[in-house]
Write a protein that binds this ligand. Structure first.
Ligand code: GDP
Length: 446
């Protein structure tokens, strides 16, 4: 789907990665070509510009990692930035809010974008993967064929559809779907609204009314990924008028220019949740920013190489830290570094799960409701401390605590919890240090 863009970019980077040293001009020239390639792939101007700027800033500010060439490192920066542009900071990809049954999901979009097909694909996925009981209803009162299409798809995938009652308005059908879903004990009901050829005021008003009646948990816009910039404009329009919670990009199996995926998130601020990859009912996938970035760039080997080199450096840092811990030195800066590591490695639970003998502790941590949001708050607390305080947490008496908590926008009680954790960890580190060379900590970072 990104063949052209991918070809263009690999041409640019082939030149770059072969060079031993890079001047600022080399990078500039390469990035100019990246920008042109993005624009040709129908990525919006402002997104292409921001993208190149972000890469430029990072490339300039970053020290060159040992054992990779500067060009390879630029490739990695471009890759990471692609992932960032595709995904933003959201964690909503591939998920739908379907708690509090019956959860309404409103499907909107232009005619022919793949709305009805996607409604059925998602219903099937909810049924098969999450064991949900789903009811689908077509609100397309203008095209009886569309209602039939949904009914037939429903029979194919074993998902119920709301019986068709001729002469009802979309609002009537929405009310009936809600009632049927409640009385019938459904977990989810999906509303497939009428398509439109272009943004049309009357039909928008209709969707708005349906939205008001059902208060959907998700309002998903289905757009044809092949339409590039138009898809992004459509998304902006729908979002302004109705408010959408996410986007499904269809026809990503075709070999179009694919620029829509790159601009969508940056322009609309809404996540691409799924991509359609064909006409069949199983041709729907979660949107994978990493995978797409990899496909766009086509330089998986280099990205992996740079990642490996960076990991090596981190391991060296960890070794240095361990030496200090063995001597019983473990201050707030160390704690912060640990917290940041945890964040990067997928949270406390996963990191403890990896450490020998810590499986049980991981469970306690989990039971205590210790999640990644807490890690972020704890880092904020450490950030709010002065240099001296970080180096010597014993300084933290009541007034300092108040200031620190306020600085992070949190309660003192939360700071106290952090300090307690620090003490426990410092103790643990000391004990582990005493276990000598073959100690637990040492094993864990290998
Ligand atoms: P609607 O008017 O928005 O409801 O669009 P439909 O669901 O009827 O889809 C229009 C056409 O696009 C149908 O022939 C679908 O099979 C096809 N279609 C939908 N999604 C995809 C996709 O992801 N890939 C491909 N190749 N075709 C798709």
């Amino acid at each position: 789907m990104f063949e052209n863009l991918s070809d263009r970019l690999s041409g640019v980077f082939d030149k770059l990665t072969k060079q031993g040293a890079l001047s600022e001009d080399d990078v500039k020239t390469a990035l100019r070509e990246v920008r042109v390639a993005l624009l040709e792939a129908d990525v919006s101007l402002s997104v292409a510009r921001d993208f190149v700027k972000a890469v430029q800033d990072k490339a300039t500010g970053q020290a060159v990692t040992k054992s990779v060439t500067p060009g390879q490192q630029v490739v990695k920066i471009v890759h990471d930035e692609l992932v960032h542009v595709l995904a933003g900071d959201e964690e909503e990809i591939g998920t739908l809010k379907v708690d509090n049954p019956p959860a309404p999901i409103l499907m909107v979009g232009l005619q022919g974008g793949g709305k009805t097909t996607t409604t059925a694909k998602l219903a099937r996925r909810l049924k098969d993967r999450q064991g949900k009981r789903v009811l689908m209803a077509s609100l397309d009162v203008y095209r009886p064929a569309a209602m039939d299409q949904l009914r037939i798809l429903g029979e194919q995938i074993g998902v119920d559809t709301l019986p068709i009652v001729p002469g009802q308005s979309p609002a009537d059908i929405a009310r009936r779907a809600k009632q049927q879903a409640t009385m019938g004990g459904y977990d989810v009901y999906m509303l497939d609204t009428a398509g439109r050829l272009s943004i049309d005021e009357a039909l928008m008003a209709e969707v708005e009314e349906v939205k008001a009646i059902t208060s959907p948990r998700e309002t998903l816009l289905v757009v044809d990924g092949l339409t590039g910039q138009d898809a992004v404009n459509t998304a902006e329009n729908f979002d302004d008028r109705i408010g959408i919670s996410g986007v499904v990009l269809t026809r990503m199996d075709g070999d179009g220019r694919g620029g829509a995926a790159l601009s969508m998130r940056a322009v609309t601020g809404k996540p691409i949740k799924f991509v359609g990859l064909g006409e069949k009912m199983d041709a729907l996938e979660e949107f994978h920013p990493e995978r797409i970035a990899g496909r766009i760039l086509g330089m998986g080997d280099i990205v992996a190489l740079v990642e490996k080199a960076q990991e090596t450096i981190e391991a060296e840092q960890a070794q240095r830290m361990i030496k200090r811990f063995q001597k019983g030195q473990f201050n707030m800066n160390d704690l912060k570094m640990q917290l940041e590591q945890m964040q990067k490695m997928g949270g406390m639970e996963s990191i403890m799960g990896m450490m020998p003998g810590m499986g049980k502790m991981a469970k306690q941590v989990q039971d205590a409701g210790f999640d990644d949001k807490i890690i972020a708050r704890q880092i904020a607390l450490v950030n709010s401390m002065t240099k001296k305080e970080r180096a010597n947490p014993a300084l933290l008496q009541a007034s300092r605590k108040k200031r620190i908590a306020a600085g992070a926008g949190l309660e003192v009680s939360e700071l106290n919890k952090l300090l307690k954790m620090h003490r426990q960890m410092a103790d643990m580190m000391k004990k582990m240090g005493k276990m000598g060379k073959g100690g637990m900590l040492k094993q864990a970072v290998k």
